[in-house]
Design a protein around this ligand. Structure first.
Ligand code: NAD
Length: 501
């Protein structure tokens, strides 16, 4: 399939076939020991394919392929303009395969095909295109030294980059890392989540077809402890770029320190506060953003505004409007083009979300909407859009990342107190403030300890701006030109100048 739109309304995917073998040295290969795992669809529980269950020997082979490619400079040695042309072709091939990639993403992790096509495929292609476009426009530096010498400050690729990503936006999370890493000439070994390995494998095929030489981009599916840990611990990996939970992110930093002190970059969890003041300039917009953003991607978004703080005087009006929007987010068949909320990635995650809902009830929050499993006859894993009112800051659902369609509503009366509560989290990924008072907007935005603060909106996002968090939301930033810093070493070259004058 090579068309660029998803059609018809609910496409028949029963004949789709998937190749779950690893991609090492430009070739599809089985795991060295022949092991596989079942790749099940959360849409309806069907078996999609068997996927290579890679382990240490496969990681060794992929790293060796990446190292050999880096050392002979088959990719790093190309000029930035040459790499740009290949990256642009890679992006074009993603777009040309948009329909199959979108359907694969939806079947593999459950998000509505409407969004896997319009958001995930487009964002991944755009990201690869953007870094390709950027790489021949970034200059190095000459330091302002005395004229007895010249000091060149240049950027060089770090070498072999290990990438470990989660399942919530498989193609987007991978592209945020592989695009800047490849653009500057590194080799990459990517370990996708065991819950969503299929599109990463397809991306590797497309990269090869675009002209990225064999060995430069390798994909090794498998479980975290079996495939992820050997990658993070590998003595011949120069940098590890991780997106996932804070729990595993901490282990990644330890593994980097335990092995070769590889550069470790982590994009981790969040529990983002969304603060709506009574002088919010557009209450309908604030309600739509609060509800739409927590239920988008089934709530499986690191930056979901999962803690909603509403000023007490407008809370009832706010919630009345919010509850009217909930029915449109009832989960549907993700393959149906009109569906806006799909399946939770697997039974384990669905049970986790349902456990958090049970804890909200037990700890005394008021369940206003949802709270139950949905589409129980589908064979898949679905949870109703859920809203809790009367949440206190000490409750589990106010503190821990749920990673599901659950909104916790808290109220406040005092600006300093709400900022204190908003910041009273181990996370610091994103935050929002809604007010028509420019002083309050700036003052609160400055006081919020978060990598991104939204004012009077929650949706803006662009490849041109950094993405990442304060505190335990991680170390480093994805996206924007800043991402090049993660995948390059900075070298100073001193040249003596004996002036003939
Ligand atoms: P996870 O930490 O369980 O897994 C992430 C990846 O790490 C997977 O590929 C997994 O196989 C691997 N892994 C697991 N154990 C490992 C180990 N011991 N050694 C090496 N690798 C290991 O996270 P998840 O459930 O896949 O993803 C959800 C989390 O990701 C949430 O916390 C979410 O907030 C976070 N996330 C953050 C961002 C961001 O940009 N900050 C973006 C998306 C998701």
């Amino acid at each position: 399939m090579t068309t660029s739109t998803v059609s018809p309304a609910t496409p028949d995917t029963s004949a789709m076939a998937f190749d779950g073998r690893a991609f090492i040295g430009g070739q599809r290969v089985n795991a060295r020991d022949g092991q596989t795992f079942d790749c099940l669809s959360p849409v309806d529980g069907r078996l999609l394919t068997q996927v290579a269950r890679c382990g240490e020997a496969d990681i060794d082979a992929a790293v060796a392929a990446g190292r050999a490619a880096f050392e002979d400079r088959r990719w790093a040695g190309k000029s930035p303009a040459q790499r740009k042309r290949v990256m642009l072709k890679f992006a074009d091939l993603i777009q040309a395969n948009a329909e199959v990639l979108a359907l694969t993403e939806t079947l593999d992790m459950g998000k509505p095909v409407k969004y896997s096509r319009a958001v995930d495929v487009n964002s991944a292609a755009n990201c690869i295109r953007w870094y390709g476009e950027a790489v021949d426009k970034v200059y190095d530096e000459i330091a302002p030294t005395p004229d007895t010498a010249l000091a060149l400050i240049t950027r060089e690729p770090v070498g072999v980059v290990g990438v470990i990503v989660p399942w919530n936006y498989p193609m987007i999370m991978a592209s945020w890392k592989i695009a800047p890493a490849l653009a500057v000439g590194n080799s990459v070994v990517l370990k996708p989540s065991e819950k969503s390995p299929l599109t990463a494998l397809k991306l590797a095929e497309l990269a090869l077809e675009a002209g990225i030489p064999p060995g430069v981009f390798n994909v090794v599916p498998g479980y975290g402890p079996e495939a992820g840990s050997p990658l993070a611990l590998h003595m011949d990996v120069d940098c590890i770029a991780f997106t996932g939970s804070t729990r595993v992110g901490k282990q990644i930093h330890v593994m980097a320190g335990q092995s070769n002190l590889k550069r470790a970059w982590t994009e981790l969890g969040g529990k983002s506060p969304n603060i709506v003041f009574a002088d919010c300039p557009n209450l309908d917009l604030a309600v739509e953003a609060a509800v739409g953003s927590i239920f988008f991607n089934q709530g499986e978004s690191c930056n979901a505004p999962s803690r909603l703080f509403v000023e007490a005087s407008i809370k009832d009006a706010f919630l009345e409007k919010a509850l009217k929007l909930v029915p449109q987010y009832q989960p549907g068949n993700p393959l149906d083009k009109s569906t806006v909320m799909g399946a939770i990635v697997d039974k384990v995650q669905m049970d986790t979300v349902l456990r958090y809902i049970a804890s909200g009830r037990q700890e005394g929050a008021a369940l206003l909407a949802g709270g139950e499993q949905a589409r129980t006859d589908s064979g898949g894993y679905y949870v109703q859009p859920t809203i809790f009112d009367g949440v206190r800051p000490d409750m589990t659902i106010a503190r821990e990342e749920i990673f599901g369609p659950v909104l916790s509503v808290l109220s406040f009366t005092d600006t300093a107190e709400v900022v204190r509560q908003a910041n009273s989290s181990v996370y610091g990924l994103q935050a929002a403030v809604w007010t028509r008072d420019i002083n309050k907007a700036h003052g609160v935005a400055r006081a919020l300890r978060a990598g991104t603060v939204h004012v009077n909106q929650y949706d803006e996002d662009d490849i041109t701006v950094p993405f990442g968090g304060y505190k335990q939301s991680g170390v480093g930033r994805d996206k924007s030109l800043h991402a090049f810093d993660k995948y390059t070493e900075t070298k100073t070259t001193w040249i003596r100048i004996d002036s003939p004058l």
